[in-house]
Design a protein around this ligand. Structure first.
Ligand code: PMP
Length: 433
């Protein structure tokens, strides 16, 4: 397949942009080969610089839940652009977006809008620390909460010890308050609370993790997180940057509230879908907590482009579409059909496979059983995944170019797109058998 123009662009990009990309996973480092430079997108497809069309299962890594170029979203954005790009003063649309978010998430009474998930998670942690007067936080191995210094951390050597930076440039002192625990490990969580409970500001978690492919927190684990936080006065922070309005209208917290009546996090971090593909993210929670933010309270947080009028127009138009009755049922069925189809196709060739999905988010592993934590995810064979990725790419199907990323289906994906994807995978699985 010709990739001349992609290769040429990659060459040019690498001369000016580190690694040729503005976010690392785009560089295809994990799977090898030339990244595709995307020229345009419509519905469930995008086209690269060589004119090759792909069925898109990354959807800008989550935001494009309606597919690309949804007419009502495009119209809302065009109107907003005509009215002005940015004012640095409040607008009615920010209220409307906050109302729309709070309407669907009962745990969120007040919302602060920001421009990226990184900013939202970082600010939520500052607020948790400011509100509790405590410094320590718990995060879980394999969960990603953006690239704020205190969150670029991996587990220390012993059980429940404080972490080490995962990036150069992050001083050990900055992560000394971050405790990194194994996902779904109740005993370790209990031990951490027994030792550090009185000093913990918050536990931050991706309840359905999308940054170690797709791994669910078990219901008992989540229940224990909630109980221990409440008991010790720590805040339970749900990072729903990926899952918010993606796994359902009420997010991952809605999924756990169905299993655990009355369940709710203390704070929610949002991004991706709420901006519909524009730079927009948010964090929210109860009024008493959120009123600790500047200008009302002592916790400082700000942003020149926060609540940007074009981004809020895009997000609002997106949220209005997905709130239509039946939206998530249809999306969930499509996503389930994809995962089941892939599973059956793998079985035909005797390829070990396990998959899971919720709403429009899915993950699969070339492993016989679904993993429950990061170490289990990393048992996947990267070389086999690379073959699968390129086999699909050659057949016009674009999945995440790394085995530790989740996938996304949009309402624009047709049954035929799903069937063609499964057929492409069937062909590739034969070569993997
Ligand atoms: N939290 C989660 C769960 C995410 O998936 C991401 C991004 N993939 C972030 C935070 C960071 O968001 P952003 O890339 O917008 O900074």
């Amino acid at each position: 397949m010709a990739t001349d123009k992609n290769a040429e662009l990659f060459e040019r990009a690498r001369a000016l942009i580190p690694g040729g990309v503005n976010s690392p996973v785009r560089a295809f480092r994990a799977v090898g080969g030339t990244p595709r430079f995307i020229e345009r997108a419509q519905g469930a497809y995008f086209w690269d610089a060589d004119g090759q069309r792909y069925i898109d299962y990354i959807g800008s890594w989550g935001p494009m839940i309606l597919g690309h170029g949804h007419p009502r979203v495009v119209e809302a954005v065009q109107q907003a652009v005509r009215d002005g790009f940015s004012f640095g003063a409040p607008t009615e649309r920010e209220i409307e977006l906050a109302e729309e978010i709070a309407r669907h998430l009962p745990s969120v009474e007040m919302v602060r809008l920001v421009s990226s998930g990184t900013e939202a998670a970082m600010s939520a942690i500052r607020l948790a620390r400011g509100a509790t007067g405590r410094n320590r936080i718990i995060k879980f191995e394999g969960c990603y909460h953006g690239h704020a210094d205190a969150l670029l951390v991996k587990a220390g050597s012993g059980l429940a010890t404080f972490g080490h930076p995962t990036s150069a440039g992050v001083p050990a002192e900055v992560v000394q308050h971050t405790l990194v625990l194994e996902y779904n490990n109740i005993a370790q969580l209990e031990e951490a609370f027994a030792t550090h409970g009185a000093d913990l500001a918050c536990v931050i978690i991706e309840a359905i993790a999308g940054n170690m492919n797709f791994v669910r927190a078990s219901v008992p684990f989540m229940q224990r997180c909630r109980e221990l936080c409440t008991q010790h006065g720590a805040l339970l922070v749900f990072d729903e940057v990926m899952t918010g309005f993606r796994v359902g209208l009420t997010g991952a917290q809605g999924v756990y509230a169905r299993a655990l009546p009355g369940f709710a996090p203390d704070m929610t971090v949002l991004g991706k879908v709420i901006g519909g593909g524009m730079p927009l993210a948010a964090f929210g929670g109860p009024r008493t907590l959120m009123e600790k933010l500047a200008p009302l309270g002592p916790v400082y947080q700000a942003g020149t482009l926060s609540g940007n009028p074009v981004a809020t127009a895009c997000g609002l138009a997106t949220l209005r579409e997905i709130a239509q009755p039946g939206f998530y049922e249809a999306l969930g069925q499509k996503t389930r059909a994809l995962v089941d189809g892939l599973q059956a196709a793998a079985a035909e060739s005797g390829v070990a496979f396990s998959g899971d999905c919720e709403g429009g988010m899915f993950g699969f592993f070339l492993l016989p059983q679904l993993p429950h934590n990061y170490a289990q995810v990393m048992r996947s064979d990267a070389a086999r995944f690379g073959k699968l990725f390129h086999g699909l790419l050659d057949r016009g199907v674009y999945i995440a170019p790394a085995l530790y990323e989740a996938g996304f289906v949009s309402s624009a994906h047709s049954d035929d797109d799903i069937a063609r994807t499964v057929q492409a995978a069937r062909e590739v699985f034969r070569t993997l058998a």
